[in-house]
Write a protein that binds this ligand. Structure first.
Ligand code: DAT
Ligand code: MG
Length: 140
């Protein structure tokens, strides 16, 4: 299996509750490496752009509001099969459906405040990494 990179966000609900370390530990325990990381406060415009794919969904306004309400931690994770592996570590979008041991099962508050974002495919991973990081911020 090839070494991949994926994009991850520790969302405002988790940063607010001081869960950065516990969430990063989950990635590291599963063999993913943090090759870039920064804490930022997304502007409303950034959140709108990042989630533009969901523009027509009924929860879009709430999602943009929530993601720009307070700081997040954006990261690039690297490892074997990183995109799918990260999705497994995160668990289902709705924490009620997330498996035991996943980040969302342990930490998410609701389907909206679900603690983490992770890319869902190679194309979106590349796009999302480029949205937040320059090449020289990624140190493999
Ligand atoms: P994921 O984050 O698991 O990739 P998604 O891409 O379908 O899920 O949705 C993006 C985010 O939008 C999700 O993490 C939380 C929010 N969201 C999705 N479905 C929702 C819903 N039914 N109600 C409220 N927020 C929702
Ligand atoms: Mg998604």
């Amino acid at each position: 299996m090839a070494i991949e990179r994926t994009f991850s966000i520790i969302k405002p609900d988790a940063v607010r509750r001081n869960l950065i370390g516990k969430i990063v530990a989950k990635f590291e325990e599963a063999g993913l490496r943090v090759v870039a990381m920064k804490k930022i406060h997304m502007t409303r415009e950034q959140a709108e752009g990042f989630y533009a794919v969901h523009k027509e969904r009924p929860f879009y306004g709430e999602l943009v509001e929530q993601m720009s309400a307070s700081p997040v931690v954006v990261q690039v994770l690297e490892g074997e099969n990183a995109i799918l592996k990260n999705r497994e570590i995160m668990g289902a979008t709705n924490p009620a459906n997330a498996e035991e041991g996943t980040i969302r099962k342990e930490f998410a508050l609701s389907v909206g405040e679900n603690s983490v974002h992770g890319s869902d495919a190679p194309e979106t991973a590349a796009e999302e990494i480029r949205f937040f990081f320059t090449d020289d911020e990624i140190v493999g």
